[in-house]
Ligand binder design. Structure first.
Ligand SMILES: [Zn+2]
Length: 95
């Protein structure tokens, strides 16, 4: 069963025995991120890989959110810069 790379750092993950080998979990070799533990190797790997997928989904959702709000945030930033310049007397408020 394939163990996917770490969702946080992209590092290589491996199976780790926990609590005197009663439980196993997948752990990242680089950042020590620990997947959900299970008595079954396949289940532990599945938890890790599923977490990997949900992380990907979260990144996609954030990317979509940023794309949707990019123009709105840009307009807001321009407005704030404009107001700051008016406040400093660099330009006259045309209102
Ligand atoms: Zn990692």
């Amino acid at each position: 069963m394939e163990i996917k790379s770490c969702p946080f750092c992209g590092g290589k993950a491996y199976l780790e025995d926990l609590h005197s080998q009663t439980f196993v979990a997948v752990q990242c070799n680089d950042c020590n991120a620990l997947g959900r533990a299970s008595e079954f190797v396949n289940k532990a790997i599945d938890f890790w890989n599923t977490r990997h997928n949900s992380h990907d989904n979260m990144i996609t959702a954030i990317a979509n959110f940023l794309e949707i709000n990019r123009h709105r945030l840009g307009n807001e930033l321009q407005r704030m810069q404009y107001e700051a310049m008016v406040e400093r007397g660099e330009i006259k408020n045309s209102n």
